[in-house]
Design a protein around this ligand. Structure first.
Ligand SMILES: Cc1cc2nc3c(=O)[nH]c(=O)nc-3n(C[C@H](O)[C@H](O)[C@H](O)COP(=O)(O)OP(=O)(O)OC[C@H]3O[C@@H](n4cnc5c(N)ncnc54)[C@H](O)[C@@H]3O)c2cc1C
Length: 428
């Protein structure tokens, strides 16, 4: 029987709950949300000498940050060529370089804070699902070299088997700077590091709204943060609530929306089978719009996510969709037992870009489009540096965010988008 729970939770370190702790009436900085963005920001702020209060509605990492695929990617969601088209050559190269620095930031925090989270710089593989996608890899390799001085490795169809035990792909692009980690261990470890540095973390503390004072108080207080456990006055506020940013900041209500992604994990595979399927234990994703992402976990399971699994469909339907996708690539797994299935919520915007900056004096960072392990950690740190008045690098600052159709609760148009993407995948 497949358990409906996240594989990563059990093996991650347990921490005493941070519930019903004394809530201060005043603080320097309130950080709303305890995923990678919030814990990374809290760590940097506390180390920089700020009195920082992190408010998390549920528990640390309960949402995407403990449920994801653990792919620590050293690139952006869009190709560099697409990013250039959207933002121009200079800004696009800056954004790409930030993504590379983001992977370095993850490694640096893990080393400096001595976090045990199974981090390995294994490299990532993008697998061409169609022949013309490999042609795109060749152009991307050239632009990465020319515009960002960044090298990726291409393997044509005939050499795919040196990296993946399948005949399903038309070639591979390998990014050697990407890594893998255990998501729940990483986020819990970062929260503990933030506490060691002096951050005050409160779980079970939902923020309802932020009120901006008409004029700053004598001590620099500018905001009143209203929570289910009382109000806190703060000089600065950072929203690190990702898919739920629009519930706190009405100006983002129609700009960022939640989208579900589904994951399955098999029983542990034999050493021999695991090494045949992904010999170098790299993390993998394909080029379809309805992409699949997968990897071998530290305990040797195939962890498989994405595909066209739908919000609102029965778990059985989504498990079957994922299993079919997995066995299409690796027929050897057809009779392998599934031990776990789970889902998580990511944040999307209509332009599928990351957005981080300030709105009405309130800091925000969100919508990492499947690249949040590295980008959320990096941008949490960069916004913290900005708050501390230190040098910072955030090429995603204040990009225009297109509006999405109106919705309540779940974004109804995400399923429609997935079906449309599936149609486009069939065409090109
Ligand atoms: C299934 C899945 C697979 C993924 N795979 C990958 C991957 O392999 N690689 C990758 O890079 N990215 C991946 N991602 C994306 C990545 O997990 C996210 O980009 C990243 O975790 C975002 O971190 P965050 O801290 O911004 O948001 P979250 O982790 O979502 O944290 C936001 C927090 O804010 C809290 N919150 C919300 N509202 C309030 C409120 N009103 N008051 C207080 N707290 C509030 C929530 O409870 C939550 O804990 C995946 C996502 C999913 C769902």
């Amino acid at each position: 029987m497949t358990q409906h729970t996240c594989l990563w939770w059990e093996a991650a370190q347990k921490t005493a709950p941070r519930l019903n702790k004394f809530l201060p009436s005043k603080t320097d900085v309130v950080v709303v949300g305890g995923g990678y963005t919030g814990t990374s920001a809290a760590l940097q702020l506390a180390k920089g000498g700020a009195y920082v209060t992190l408010l998390e509605a549920k528990s640390i990492g309960f949402e995407a940050s403990s449920r994801n695929g653990g792919q620590a990617l050293s690139c952006l969601h869009h190709t560099l060529a697409e990013t250039v088209k959207q933002h121009g050559r200079e800004l696009a190269a800056e954004m790409f370089r930030a993504a590379v620095r983001a992977a370095d930031t993850v490694e640096r925090i893990i080393t400096e804070e001595d976090l045990e989270c199974d981090f390995v710089r294994c490299g990532s593989i993008e697998a061409a699902s169609k022949a013309n996608h490999f042609e795109r890899f060749k152009r991307e390799q050239e632009s990465l070299h020319e515009s960002a001085n960044f090298e990726v490795i291409l393997l044509p169809r005939g050499e795919v088997r040196s990296e993946l035990g399948t005949n399903a792909y038309h070639g591979l692009m390998i990014n050697p700077r990407s890594g893998s980690l255990q998501p729940a261990k990483f986020v819990r470890g970062m929260a503990m590091a933030a506490e060691r540095a002096g951050a005050d973390i409160h779980e079970g503390t939902r923020v309802f709204s932020i009120q901006r004072l008409s004029s700053p108080a004598y001590d620099g207080t500018r905001f009143l943060v209203r929570t289910e456990r009382g109000d806190i006055a703060a000089k600065e506020v950072m929203i690190a609530a990702n898919a739920w940013t629009g519930r706190i900041l009405p100006q983002f209500r129609r700009r960022v929306f939640p989208a579900e992604s589904y994951v399955i994990a098999t029983e542990p595979l034999s050493d021999e089978l695991a090494s045949r399927l992904i010999p170098n234990k790299r993390v993998v994703y394909d080029t379809r719009r309805t992409l699949a992402y997968y990897r071998i976990s530290p305990d040797q399971r195939m962890v498989w996510g994405g595909e066209i699994a739908m919000a609102g469909a029965s778990p059985k339907t989504n498990i079957n969709i994922l299993r079919r996708g997995m066995t299409r690539i690796f027929p050897e797994l057809a009779n392998t037992k599934l031990d776990y299935h789970w889902e998580g919520t990511l944040a999307l915007t209509m332009d599928e870009n990351t957005h981080a900056g300030q709105s009405d004096g309130i800091w925000y960072s969100m919508a990492y489009v499947g690249h949040g392990v590295t980008l959320a950690t990096y941008l949490g740190q960069q916004l913290a540096n900005a708050i501390l008045g230190k040098p910072n690098n955030n090429p995603f600052a204040n990009l225009k965010i297109p509006t999405a159709p109106p919705y309540e609760g779940k974004a109804w148009f995400v399923n429609i988008g997935k079906v449309w993407y599936r149609f486009l995948d069939m065409l090109s």
